[in-house]
Design a protein around this ligand. Sequence first.
Ligand SMILES: [Fe+2]
Length: 326
Amino acid sequence: MILPTSSSRYSRRRFLRQLVGAGALAATGLEPLLAGDVPATPQPFRFAFVTDLHLIQNGALRSADGIAACLTAVEKLDPRPEFILVGGDLVHVARDLTVTQAEESLDLFLKIWNDHTSLPAHWVFGNHDLVGTSNPSVLPGDKHYAKGLFRDRFQLPNLFYSFDHLGWHFVILDDIDPLPNRSYIGELFSDELQFLRADLDAHRTIPTIISCHIPTLSNLPMELSIAHAISGRPTPPLKNPKSLVCTNAQDLFADLPGHNIRAVLSGHLHFLENLTQNGIPFVNCGAVCGNYWHGPMYGCPEGFGVVDLDADGSVAFDYHPYGWKA
Ligand SMILES: [Fe+2]
C-alpha cells in the first residue's frame, strides 16, 4: 500500500475527539488543555487549495501528466506553501469501478502525488472518490466500498475532522451522501454537525477556515438555469440539482455567527466563484482537471488556489492556472 504524505499536526486533538466524541470532549474539559497546542496569535502563512484532480483510469487523457504538472507548479510557488489542502475528487468516477479498479486508481494517484510533492496534505472527500456505489457487481459489505478505501488509504476514521496550524484552525467536512438509487446528494450529516458545533465553540477566538467538497453556496446552478431558460432548449440542464450544492447548507450557516470563520473553501463545480455572505467569503475553486481533462470548464482554466493568511486574520485567495493545454 502506498501511503500519502500527510501532516500529523492534528493527530492528538483528532485522536482524542475520535476517542471520546466531540461533545464528550468538551464536557470533560480536555479542550482547554489542548488549546495550548495553538500559538496565541495567528501567524502569516500560505497553503495551496488543490481540488478536483480526477485521475482517469490508467492516467488516460494525460490526466496523470496533468496532475504531475499541477503539483510541480505548487512546489515552485514562492513562498512555498506550508501544506496542500486537497478538496476531493482525486480520481474519476470510482463509483462506477470495481473495488480492485478503484484501488488501482487511488494507488496510482498516490504514487503520482508522492513522486511530485513532499508537502504535507490534508484531504477532503469528493463524490468521485466513492467506490463502487454505482456498480451493481460491488458488494456493499466490502471494506473498501463507498468511503472505505479513502478512509483506509488516508488513515481517516472520520472524514470530518479538524486541525490547527500556526494559530489558525481548519475544519474539514464531508458532504457526500450516497443514495440507495446509486446517485448522491450534497448533505452534511447529523453527527458531523454535532461535531462542527462543538468544534467551533471550542475555537471561538481562533481564525477558522472550513472546507467541504460540494459548495454550500453557489450562483452557478441559477446562472445555468437562467441561461438555459433564455436559450429555449427543451431539456432542463440540471438533472440532479441536489448534487450541485449542499442541500442542508443552512445548518452550516446557522452555526457560523459568533465564531471566527474567515473562509469556506469548496470544489466540485470546476468553476471559480468568490461569494460573500454575512461577511464570510465562500470560495468555490476551479479544478485541476478543468472540464475533466477536455479543456477549461465554462471558461475556467485548469488551476488551483493559493491562499495567503495574514497575522491580522485576513485571507487572500488567488486562483493559479498552471498552463495546462488539453
Ligand atoms: Fe469534480
